[in-house]
Design a protein around this ligand. Structure first.
Ligand code: NAD
Ligand code: USQ
Length: 388
């Protein structure tokens, strides 16, 4: 398969590119390195410094003997993405190339506008480029479970059948997202569903939960093939943050009561799910939605697991309940369906004690560069945030 990976320099994009390349697919990656610029703006660095994408692509060739094509450029530049699509002619496009942080999007008017422009315009450009050059290709788009929010009813996989005043229809599940970032994904989903209806585009929207994990089979092939792992308050996801906090003797930063419940999955399962979607493509005109997570936990469940993991390693870790910088329900009903990927063959890597012990050991071996200043949350949802 010819697979184009947008956002190939990112946490999920780089290991995905290596995975497809290793199994024999023809792979190209696109990135404009915006993430590295956002990091610079906020004085943030991943836990371990990562080589440039050019270096990692060269190293991959030496280690695996396989070529990954690299296109450096911005998906929001229509001319650029048109050229890439015309030249590479992908059969599958895995779209990770967006601003992924809820706190970043809530920092200011500028970051909210940037997030929505970057994400929505980039995806629109891609849809038009697909229509022009690869109308048969399959779009595998990374959306988020946060598009649904935390409704007081069961969450279905994308679509819901509603009976209203005696008539029945199947419609996109109602969305109530919790940040301007999550909203950008809702807008993307609506635009993609429209393209499927009007142009017969084939698309799978992967409503992914919170990802954790530091390595995959391919990143372990060489220390410099690693992917970016964030523990800061802007780009770090909750379990990754708690592991670093515990490994460095800090209290775990639970926001509010910690009853916030989300779907979670291992980075290895992100890759498995994306591969399953590519290998079992949507039909022309189909807007297919999968809820992509393997287990659901509350923030306190996650904190308790990290406390226990640290204890097994001989460390005592405490939990701090910080005033919640976000506006979100801290106790709520949550029951999200997630059977479609399992039906396709997903074999989940669950959050077992041995998985936690392994991740904790890797994190502990790499705490030399942890910066105190980027751990506590400073971006508040309900008020203006001073620009740094
Ligand atoms: P990431 O920031 O590490 O990777 C995104 C990459 O896309 C970055 O390298 C960035 O430079 C690139 N990019 C952004 N805008 C671009 C543009 N206009 N043109 C070209 N490249 C661009 O994020 P990630 O954690 O790897 O997430 C990947 C995708 O998965 C995102 O869309 C995110 O919303 C989604 N997602 C992530 C998680 C998670 O927990 N990490 C969970 C659910 C969904
Ligand atoms: N949280 C804490 N303490 C922390 C960090 C987070 O209590 O130190 C809480 C948050 O308040 C939230 C939950 O943990 O209730 C999850 O927060 P998160 O930062 O791990 O995840 P989120 O902001 O939702 O975003 C992440 C990714 C995003 C993806 C999303 C999937 O950054 O790209 O879309 O997870 S989901 O949550 O399913 O929408």
């Amino acid at each position: 398969m010819r697979v184009l990976i947008l956002g190939g320099d990112g946490y999920l994009g780089w290991p995905t590119a290596m995975y497809f390349s290793k199994r024999g697919d023809e792979v190209a990656v696109v990135d404009n390195f915006a993430k590295r610029r956002w990091e610079l703006e906020d004085g943030i660095e991943p836990l371990v410094r990562i080589p440039s994408l050019h270096e990692r692509v060269r190293l991959w060739k030496r280690v695996s003997g396989k070529q990954i094509d690299l296109y450096a450029g911005d998906i929001c530049n229509a001319r650029f993405i048109y050229k890439v699509m015309e030249k590479f002619r992908p059969e599958a496009i895995v779209h990770y190339g967006e601003q992924p942080s809820a706190p970043y999007s809530m920092e200011s008017l500028g970051t909210a506008v940037y997030t929505q422009t970057n994400n929505v315009v980039g995806t629109l450009n891609l849809l038009f480029a697909m229509r022009s050059f690869t109308p048969e290709a399959h779009l595998v788009k990374l959306g988020t479970m946060g598009e649904y929010g935390t409704p007081n009813i069961d969450i279905e996989e994308g679509w819901i059948t509603i009976n209203h005043n005696g008539r029945t229809d199947t419609v996109l599940y109602p969305k109530k997202p919790g940040s301007f970032y999550h909203l950008s994904k809702v807008h993307d989903s609506a635009n993609i569903e429209f393209a499927c209806r009007i142009w017969k585009t084939a698309a799978t929207d992967l409503n992914q939960g919170v990802v954790y994990g530091i390595d995959t089979d391919e990143t372990r092939l060489h220390p410099d093939l690693l992917t970016s792992f964030h523990y800061d308050h802007v780009f770090g996801t909750v379990l990754n943050r708690f592991l670093v906090q515990a490994a460095t003797g800090r209290k775990l930063t639970v926001y509010g009561k910690g009853g916030q419940t989300r779907g979670f999955l291992n980075i290895r399962d992100t890759i498995q799910c994306v591969a399953l979607a590519c290998d079992n493509p949507a039909r022309a005109g189909e807007f297919r939605v999968f809820n992509q997570f393997t287990e659901q936990f509350s923030v306190m469940d996650i904190a308790d697991k990290v406390v226990a993991t640290a204890a097994r390693a001989g460390l005592k870790v405490d939990i701090d309940h910080l005033p919640n910088p976000r506006v979100e329900l801290e106790e709520h009903y949550y029951n999200a369906k997630h059977s479609k990927l399992v039906d396709l063959g997903l074999q989940p890597n669950l959050l077992t004690d041995s998985m936690l012990d392994q991740m904790f050991a890797t994190v502990r071996a790499n705490t030399g560069r942890v910066q105190d200043e980027v751990i506590m949350p400073t971006i508040k949802w309900s008020q203006e945030n001073p620009r740094k």
